[in-house]
Design a binder for this molecule. Structure first.
Ligand code: ATP
Length: 170
């Protein structure tokens, strides 16, 4: 598979930041989904999703709520579908580069998110994904095994953006 790269690494090591920097180096029209932590007073209270083309935001997970539990967090399946899956579908139609941050245990609870990622994989678009290091889900394995995989560490995170960009440039 060409023009497809994935980054993986420990929680909080800088995967999302690296993907953002690589996409900025590539330039052009970037779409897809990003997930960033939400902190209040230094405490992480959840994760927010955003659609990179439209700027629409949603909640991926929070400390309370009705959704399924992953670690300390409750996953917001409705936002995962309405913002996350839709953002990936829109990017496949309209963007030059599809960013998927991330294919991890929370996101993989949503069948619609999984289907959107599968459709992106079946397309001919360049893809830059963040993938969970250990998830045994078939989609996480497919990405780790099929994409050029970059393992992000505190030592490597500042120098990888150029390499990742070179791998996914449309
Ligand atoms: N290259 C870097 N240099 C300095 N600080 C960084 C760098 N990359 C990330 N950080 C900081 O580390 C924190 C976590 O970064 P980021 O959200 O990119 O990590 P992540 O691996 O995607 O996290 P998560 O596992 O929660 O998805 C942020 O506060 C960010 O500003």
């Amino acid at each position: 598979m060409s023009r497809r790269a994935a980054v993986t690494g420990a929680p909080g090591v800088g995967k999302s930041t690296l993907v953002e920097r690589a996409a900025a180096l590539i330039g052009g029209r970037t779409g897809g989904v990003s997930a960033r932590e939400v902190r209040i007073g230094g405490r992480r209270i959840g994760f927010q999703l955003s659609d990179l083309l439209t700027g629409e935001v949603g909640t991926l997970a929070s400390l309370d709520g009705p959704g399924p539990k992953v670690g300390r967090y409750r996953v917001h399946l409705a936002d995962l579908e309405e913002v996350g899956a839709r953002a990936i579908e829109r990017a496949v139609r309209e963007a030059e580069l599809v960013v998927i941050d991330e294919v991890g245990p929370m996101e993989l609870l949503s069948e619609e998110f999984v289907e959107a990622v599968e459709a992106a994989l079946d397309s001919d678009k360049p893809i830059l994904a963040v993938v969970h290091m250990r998830s045994e889900h078939h989609l996480a394995k497919k990405i780790r095994e099929g994409f050029r995989l970059f393992v992000v560490t505190p030592e490597s995170r500042d120098r990888l953006a150029g390499e990742v960009a070179a791998e996914t440039r449309p």
